[in-house]
Design a protein around this ligand. Sequence first.
Ligand code: ACK
Length: 291
Amino acid sequence: RSMQSLPFSLPPESMTQVFIPKDNLIMKNVLGEGEFGAVYRAFYQTGDGREVEVAVKTLHREHMNANNRSEFIKEAELMMGLNHHCIVKLIGLSQDDNNLLMVQELVPLGSLLQFLLLHPSQASPEYELPVWASQIALGMEYLDKNKFVHRDLAARNILLATRHQAKISDFGLSRVTNDKDYYRATKGGRWPIKWYAPESYNYGQFSSASDVWSFGVTLWEMFSYGAQPFCEMKGADVIALIDRGERLPKPDACSEEVYQLMEKCWHHQPRDRPTFTELAEFFASLNNYVN
Ligand code: ACK
């Protein structure tokens, strides 16, 4: 199939690096449901005769309107430039008769949220949780250095490669920042309000500091073993609560020290929040874990 017939809006030079002929993919089981279609485990037969296990995100024909297609491709384009051990790697793009396919490194233990709910005894607040927190902060520090805002940092979007390696995934809402280091969203859409900083839900302003707010909520989910932040509260009520100066309560498993850090992530003023570098250092020092 010629490159010209592909429905991708990728620059030709990157296409040659990332396009994977569909016959080189052998689809296996479904791992879960993604935003636009199922996510599969698959085998990828590389040009040099190796076979690697991968995860394949699909955008099914049923969901393929111009908007979803451009979001799907934007996510892949953004991931293409990223190379960090705490961020899920993009391997390439492909297509079959019914789907656009995004081929990623397989992160075998699935989402951190599921892991916390299913195996709480394997997620100690003295060891695993600080290790994962420092890895998430390191991956976010790298994103920040590359002028990206993630905009959807949450336990559901962290994947576990092993019990000792967390990786950031789901770059569907991620954007490049401007010269003032923020991105202004012009339209709402599916916003995870409970993870969002006031300047984001009020003014559509997203920066590394608003990602830090979401990191604080992600920490809260971790130390609450996958509980839902603000329980069943509606978005408007959460906004009212935050605007009154209230915050999520201290989870039982969380030390005073870690809770104080969460609260710093939730400073009303973005500039008063810690940076991802400081957050990574804090968690690394908690148990002298060196990445
Ligand atoms: O909790 P999970 O098993 O982990 O279910 C979700 C599902 O697909 C929808 O997002 C899983 N998933 C997403 N990306 C990957 C990946 N690169 N490796 C392994 N599982 C993945 C996620």
